[in-house]
Design a protein around this ligand. Structure first.
Ligand code: HMG
Ligand code: MG
Length: 315
């Protein structure tokens, strides 16, 4: 059985949207705690414009100060050549370029068209690979866009293929606004997997409508084994109105374990990492998403997935 890989995106996707100023010390402690949990990869930060995403302006400092665990890949978002220079100087293990199927979202997020983003990435991917770094390509708005509505799966497949043709090792299929349903996931994976094998695909679900776990399980049934998640479900995208955090790592891990997935993640240690950031954000009068809305404390199932609370609910 293939081991499941969990890509913990909390320090980047989780914190990029955080209104409270999170000091570098707190980020370093968060990444260090996550490094002991058994996740395969931690997306530590982003080498993007600090004017656009001020919260991650200390990316280089965070990378310099974290204690690296040899079993963990420490990655970062890189939008252009300038970002790659900074990422290489910070000794990242892996980079992620990021584009979207939606033209409108791309313009708002990275100030260029889809074609323009591919033109920017080409030299970045080439140089990163020359430097021996694996490259992930995010495919945002793969299902829905806040501006353009539902996205045709064929358009998502075509762009994923272009990323692979460019040399990207792994494509992360992203539900940026958290609106995809398991049927949407199935429609896309049905068309994608004949072209790109499951071991080069990751899924990245935001949990705006509470579909993150059921979408994870649907993807698992299709043979996907790499799952992005954010401990405590923190996060969102500052350029996608209404989008909330990623599906919580602890919910994803519990749901996959219930399915019999092989996973090396320690749920107790995930809880400690979550508590660390939760305590900090509470002190800033911020709260993390409600634990109860993610996993039932009694049966550990999730709303819509055979939870005991549902069975007991009056008709
Ligand atoms: P641009 O606006 O086209 O401008 O930037 P530019 O290239 O002409 O540069 C403008 C200014 O930015 C200049 O500074 C550059 O030096 C600076 P100024 O002269 O004005 O002082 N700059 C940079 N600074 C640091 N590092 C860099 C860099 N590049 C330019 N790499 C750019 C284009 C993409 C850089 C900009 O629009 C940007 O940073 N956007 C932020 C994008 C972002 O981080 N979005 C959130 C992450 S994506 C996401 O959350 C989705 C995902 O989770 C998947 C999903 O859920 O869908 C991945
Ligand atoms: Mg995201």
């Amino acid at each position: 059985m293939t081991m499941v890989k969990i890509v913990e995106v909390g320090p980047r996707d989780g914190l990029q949207n955080e209104t409270a100023a999170v000091p570098t010390d707190a980020k370093v402690a968060f990444v260090n705690a996550l490094s002991t949990t058994g996740v395969s990869e931690i997306e530590v930060s982003a080498f993007v414009s600090p004017r656009k995403v001020p919260q991650l302006g200390d990316a280089a400092d965070v990378f310099r100060r974290i204690h690296r665990n040899d079993d963990v890949i420490y990655s970062a978002l890189v939008p252009n050549r300038q970002g790659l220079d900074s990422a290489l100087a910070a000794r990242v293990d892996k980079i992620a370029v990021f584009t979207a199927v939606s033209e409108t979202f791309n313009r708002r997020n990275i100030n260029t068209s889809v074609a323009g983003s591919l033109g920017r990435f080409q030299p970045v991917v080439k140089r990163a690979k020359h430097a021996g770094l694996p490259v992930r390509g995010y495919l945002s708005t793969a299902f829905w866009c806040a501006f353009e509505g539902q996205i045709a799966p064929e358009a998502a497949v075509a762009l994923a293929q272009r990323l692979v043709d460019m040399g990207v090792d792994e494509v992360s299929i992203s539900d940026t606004i958290g609106k995809a349903t398991p049927d949407d996931v199935a429609r896309l994976l049905d068309r994608l997997l004949p072209k790109i094998p499951a071991d080069r695909i990751a899924v990245h679900f935001h949990d705006t409508y509470g579909h993150g776990v059921v979408n994870t399980l649907r993807s698992w049934e299709f043979g996907i084994r790499t799952f992005d998640a954010s401990v405590g479900g923190i996060g969102g995208c500052p350029f996608a109105p209404g989008a909330t955090g990623n599906v919580a790592t602890e919910a994803v891990v519990t749901a996959l374990m219930n399915k019999g997935a092989e996973l090396a993640v320690d749920i107790g240690k995930l809880g400690l990492a979550r508590n660390l950031m939760e305590e900090f954000l509470r002190a800033e009068r911020r709260t993390l998403p409600d634990r109860e809305s993610q996993a039932c404390a009694v049966c550990e199932h999730f709303t819509g997935d055979g939870c005991c609370r549902q069975a007991a609910a009056p008709a």
